[in-house]
Design a protein around this ligand. Sequence first.
Ligand SMILES: Cc1cc2nc3c(=O)[nH]c(=O)nc-3n(C[C@H](O)[C@H](O)[C@H](O)COP(=O)(O)OP(=O)(O)OC[C@H]3O[C@@H](n4cnc5c(N)ncnc54)[C@H](O)[C@@H]3O)c2cc1C
Length: 451
Amino acid sequence: MDKRTFLKLCSAALTSPALSSLLAWSQSSKLRNWAGNLEYGTEQLTTADSLQQVQDFVRKQKKFKVLGTRHCFNNIANSSEQFLSLKPMDRVIALDPDARTVTVESGMTYGQLCPYLDGKGWALHNLASLPHISIAGACSTATHGSGETNGNLSTAVSALEFVDASGNVVTLTRKKDGEAFRGAVVGLGALGVITKVTLDIQPRFMMHQYVYQNLPLRELKDHFDAIESSAYSVSLFTDWQTESLNEVWLKMRMESGRTADAPPDFFGAKRATKNLHPIAELSAENCTEQMGVPGPWYERLPHFRMGFTPSAGKELQSEYFVPRKHAVEAILAVQRLHEQVSPHLLITEIRTIAADDLWMSTCYQQPSVTIHFTWKQDWPAVQKLLPVIERELAPFHPRPHWGKLFTISSEQIHSSYEKLPAFVELTRKCDPHGKFQNEFLHSYIFGQTYL
Ligand SMILES: Cc1cc2nc3c(=O)[nH]c(=O)nc-3n(C[C@H](O)[C@H](O)[C@H](O)COP(=O)(O)OP(=O)(O)OC[C@H]3O[C@@H](n4cnc5c(N)ncnc54)[C@H](O)[C@@H]3O)c2cc1C
C-alpha cells in the first residue's frame, strides 16, 4: 500500500463512525493494546476502585500485571495470567498550594487532571504528544514531551504510593527516600501496584505555538542548538524524503501576557499559513491550536487535543534516546537510511529532553535527543528495519523507549543503565517471588533473577 492510500485509510478510520465502530468491534473481541498490534495473553481483567480492593487482589494473585491506558506498543504491560485495572481510581486526592503538589489516584489520565489543575490556577511542567495516557503508566515508562530544560514526565513525581507483592502499602517520597525513590519512579511496572502519585505543579501559564515548514537539513546541522533552544518545547517532524525537515513545531510560554509575533522565516523554514497535522496530508482538526493563538498550557503542550479520543491507532512506534551531544550525528545517521526507512514510515519526530536522576529513566544522567518513528502497521517490515537503524545508532549507545518497539538486546540494555543491578535488588525487596514479572521484564531486565 502506498503512503497516500494508507493515509486516506487512516484518516477515514478516524473520521468515519461506521469504520470506527467496525474497528472497535473487531478489536473488542480480544483484549488488545491501543494500537491493536498486540493481543494480550489473557482476557482476565479485574477492576479495583479502592486501595483495599487493590490489596485484596494482590494478596490473592500469584502473578498479574497492571494495565493503564494500554498505550504501549510492546509487551511491557502484557500478562498471560491476569490483569488489574485501576481505571475507576481517577480522583484528585489533594492539591497543596504551599508544597506546590497535586496528589492523584493512579488511574487518572493527564486529560482528566490538566483541566482540573488549570481551573485551580496550576499547571504541570510538560506533557506528552497526547493527553489520553494514564499518569501511572506514563511515569512508569519515562514518557516525555520536549524541551531543552524540561525533564520527562516522571521527573514531576515527588511521591509514590504502591502496594507491594505481599499486599503492604509502601510510600516513597523524593524528600525522604533518596535512592529508593529514584529507583522506584520509572518502575516499569515491576515494583508493585501504584495507587497514588504526587506531582510537582507550578502556576498556570499561557502558551502559543507556531509551525514552520521545510527546514533545510543543512540549517539543522549548523544551528541545532539555536533551533532547539528557540522555544520552551520544540518538535521536528520529518519523513526523511528530502533534504528538508517537513515541520518545526515551536511551543512558547507567554510570560506576563506577552504576545510576540513569530517571524515569517525560521532558519530557512517558512511559517505555516494554517494549522497543520504532523503529517501535513492529514486534517489538523484534531491537533492543538497553532498560528500563535494563545491558549492554556495543556492545550498547547500536546500535539493532539484533549477532547479528541482516537478510536484506533493504525500505527506502530519506535523511539531511541541518544546523548544530546551526538544529536546531529545521530540524525544524519538515520538520514543515510532514508531509502529503507521512508517506505514504511508515517512520520519521524525529533525532541530533546533534560537529564534526570531516575535510575531506569531513558534520560538518566544524560541530556538526550530522541528520534521517534511512527510506522505503518506492518510489523514484519518494521521488525527487519529496526536492527538496521539500531546498528546505525550503535556508536551513540541508544536507549530505546520502554513502551515502544525495539530489537536492541538485553546485553545492550544492561550496559546502558548503570543502576540496573540496583533496580533489580530494589525490585526483589518489593516482589521477592516475581508476582509482577512478565516476559518483557524477564527478557530485558531480570533474566535469571526469578528462576
Ligand atoms: C498515540 C501515542 C502517542 C504517544 N506519545 C508519546 C509521547 O509523546 N512521549 C512518550 O514518551 N511516549 C508516548 N507514547 C507512549 C506512552 O506514553 C507510553 O507507552 C505510556 O507508558 C503509556 O501509558 P499507559 O498507561 O497507556 O501504559 P500501559 O501500556 O497500560 O502500561 C505501561 C506500563 O505501566 C505499568 N502500569 C500502568 N499502570 C500502573 C500502575 N497503576 N501501577 C503499576 N504499574 C502500572 C504497566 O504494567 C506497564 O508496565 C505514546 C503512545 C501512543 C499510543
